[in-house]
Design a protein around this ligand. Sequence first.
Ligand SMILES: [Zn+2]
Ligand SMILES: [Zn+2]
Length: 238
Amino acid sequence: MKRALKWVAGVVGLLLVLAGAFWFYAFGSNSPIVEGPVVPGVETVKDGFVNIFILDAGPGKVALVDAGNDKSGKSLLAALARRNLAPASVAAIFLTHGHPDHTAGCRLFPGAEVYAMEADVALAGESAKVTHPLKDGEITTLGDLRVEAFSVPGHTPGSAVYLARGVLFFGDSAGASKDGEIMKAVGLFSKNSGENVASLKALTARLEPRAKEVQAMAFGHTGTVAGFAPLATFASHH
Ligand SMILES: [Zn+2]
Ligand SMILES: [Zn+2]
């Protein structure tokens, strides 16, 4: 009996060490998520370990980039309420990709149009109900909000980066480290790591002539970074 208990304790201990190592691998070097404004008209909402962004979209209307991991939308609904906005004020949701930690909140906004790259519509599935499959380069206008979609396959086949209000939104296709450097998608959670890096390099080349438009870069699970330069540095090192 004693021997069995020792075995159990050993296995539990090993699992805890593995869980710790895994946590560090996935999140250990991330810059922390900071709630609040990114640039005028863009606000970060922290939903546990994942970000949601609220974008102004004309009087009394907003759009979201991703809808979070919390089906009950506690932090998101609270952030909307602080602006005196009801769920019906959410006109659109732009999904960076179809993983459930970014789509769970969609069900709270049945009136919102839901956008995602066409290659991730199936992955987003019933919980997100994409109404507008997007193509690379497609531009969506809502009130005074202009959202440009770029296809960056790798983390998922239909991963998108959005450019809106001077912010590039990467979802899980990249992250920011504590040192303010850009990190590629976490390999273990990604469909194709090589493709992810190739997509980030191609996007950098594509946006380099427009670098001045990018005031900040925002990510699915980390804090934001200012400007376009960190992406150019990443691309030149990979
Ligand atoms: Zn993901
Ligand atoms: Zn994620």
